[in-house]
Design a protein around this ligand. Structure first.
Ligand SMILES: NC(=O)c1ccc[n+]([C@@H]2O[C@H](COP(=O)([O-])OP(=O)(O)OC[C@H]3O[C@@H](n4cnc5c(N)ncnc54)[C@H](OP(=O)(O)O)[C@@H]3O)[C@@H](O)[C@H]2O)c1
Length: 230
C-alpha cells in the first residue's frame, strides 16, 4: 500500500482528505493544536509544529508516495496597516514551512517509483481582492515554487497546487460564521456555492493518484468558476 504524508490532517481540508484516502493508502498525518480521533486503522497521527527549529519525521516510513502541505492562514488587512514582520510571519508558516517539510521528506519521496506533491494556494493569487496582500504574497510564492519544483523533480516526482476559493473550514470561520455571510459568499461564485473541504479533498486525491500521472506543474483552480467565469 502506498504511503501518503499529510502535514496538517487534523482540520479542514486535511481532515477531509484523510477520510477520503484512508481506505486506499497508508496515511501519515500531522496535527498541531488539535489531536485528531483515530478514524481508520490505516491512519497514523503525530505532532508537528512546522515553525519549530527542528522537525521530527522519525514516525515516517522509508518511502513516501505522496506529500500534502495544509497549514495556511487568511489574514485580511488594509495594506497600509500591515507591518513588514506580518508578511514575514505569514511567509514562515505558508512557504518556509512547506519548503522545510518538503526538503526533510525529499529522500523518502525519491525512493518512490512515482511520487506526487500537492501544495495549496488561493484564488486570490489569480484574482486581486481588497485586503488580501499578505495571503496573496505567500501563496504567489507557493505557485512559483510548484512550477520550479515540478521542473526540478521530474520525472519521478510530480508537483501540483490547488487554488481554492473560500471553503468551509475552521480557517475561514470568521468569514462564514453567519448564514448571511455564507449566502453572500455563495452568490459571488458562478456556481452559487462556497467550497466544501470534500471538494478540495477529491481534487487532491486525484492529484495524488495514478489517474493524474501526466499532470505536473499545474495550479488547479477550485473556485466555483469565480476566477474565469463572468
Ligand atoms: N479554507 C479556505 O477558505 C481556503 C481558501 C483558500 C486556500 N486555502 C488553503 O488551503 C489549505 C488548507 O486550509 P484549511 O482551510 O483546511 O485550514 P485549517 O482548517 O486551518 O487546517 C490547517 C491544518 O494545518 C495545521 N497547522 C496549522 N498551523 C500549523 C503549524 N504551525 N504546524 C503544523 N501544522 C499546523 C492545523 O493543525 P491543528 O488544527 O492541529 O492546529 C490543521 O491541521 C491552506 O493552505 C489554506 O491557506 C483555504
Amino acid at each position: 500500500m502506498k504511503n501518503i504524508l499529510i502535514i496538517g490532517h487534523s482540520s479542514g481540508i486535511g481532515k477531509a482528505l484523510t477520510e477520503v484516502l484512508a481506505p486506499k493508502y497508508q496515511i501519515y498525518g500531522t496535527f498541531y493544536k488539535n489531536k485528531p480521533d483515530q478514524i481508520h486503522s490505516n491512519v497514523n497521527s503525530f505532532y508537528l509544529n512546522v515553525e519549530d527549529s527542528e522537525l521530527n519525521f522519525d514516525a515516517l516510513p522509508d518511502t513516501l508516495d505522496g506529500f500534502v502541505y495544509c497549514p495556511g492562514a487568511i489574514q485580511l488587512k488594509p495594506f497600509s496597516r500591515i507591518k513588514p514582520e506580518d508578511f514575514i510571519k505569514d511567509y514562515e508558516l505558508q512557504v518556509i514551512g512547506a519548503i522545510r517539510c518538503l526538503q526533510a521528506c525529499l529522500p523518502r519521496l525519491k525512493k518512490s517509483s512515482s511520487a506526487s506533491v500537492v501544495l495549496f494556494s488561493t484564488v486570490a493569487v489569480k484574482m486581486g481582492f481588497n485586503f488580501h496582500s499578505i495571503v496573496s504574497s505567500s501563496k504567489g510564492a507557493i505557485e512559483g515554487l510548484t512550477k520550479a519544483l515540478a521542473a526540478e523533480l521530474a520525472p519521478n516526482i510530480r508537483v501540483n497546487c490547488v487554488a481554492p476559493s473560500i471553503t468551509e473550514t475552521p480557517l475561514a470561520h470568521s468569514l462564514l460564521n453567519t448564514p448571511e455571510k455564507i449566502e453572500a459568499n455563495a452568490q459571488r461564485h458562478p456556481l452559487k456555492k462556497i467550497g466544501s473541504p470534500i471538494d478540495a479533498a477529491n481534487l487532491t486525491s486525484f492529484l495524488l493518484g495514478e489517474e493524474s500521472q501526466w499532470i505536473t506543474g499545474q495550479i488547479m483552480a477550485l473556485d466555483g468558476g469565480v476566477s474565469t467565469v463572468k
